[in-house]
Design a binder for this molecule. Sequence first.
Ligand code: FES
Ligand code: FES
Length: 159
Amino acid sequence: MSVVQPLRLYVNGERHDIEVEPRKTLADAIREDCGLTGTHLGCEHGVCGACTVLLDGQPVRACLMFAVQCDGTSLRTVEGLAPDDSTLHPLQQQFWEKHGLQCGFCTPGFLMLAAGYLEENPDPTDEELRDVLSSNLCRCTGYQNILAATKAAVAEIGK
Ligand code: FES
Ligand code: FES
């Protein structure tokens, strides 16, 4: 018999009352129980960053957390990044314009990583941006366009 635990998550401003097994990861709960599959799973052990979401504003690797650890918290996923259905977030806009993605698998993780960082550090140096972005992996782009897109978004946000 599997044991489940009730859990309340606020994801992108919406309340989700779900029941999960204690060993279920936050990433799986977001994808399977909240129905938000924009959070991707690559390595599932904390290396690639594809699963990055914001937990109470901080970027976290959702594959490394148990969902039950997040009871009552506010989460933001890539589905909640754009301000509305017809406007992209500056990071999304610049990733598009600067070709910051190819297959796109890593993109939600990079977007949420950068969004979380820039909300607390709106005027980063190149060095700081390189350091932050280096925590996630991309197998396609060679990183230069991801960096260029993030820098362009910094300029856009600062306007
Ligand atoms: Fe979470 Fe790779 S899937 S870090
Ligand atoms: Fe393919 Fe990054 S765009 S892994």
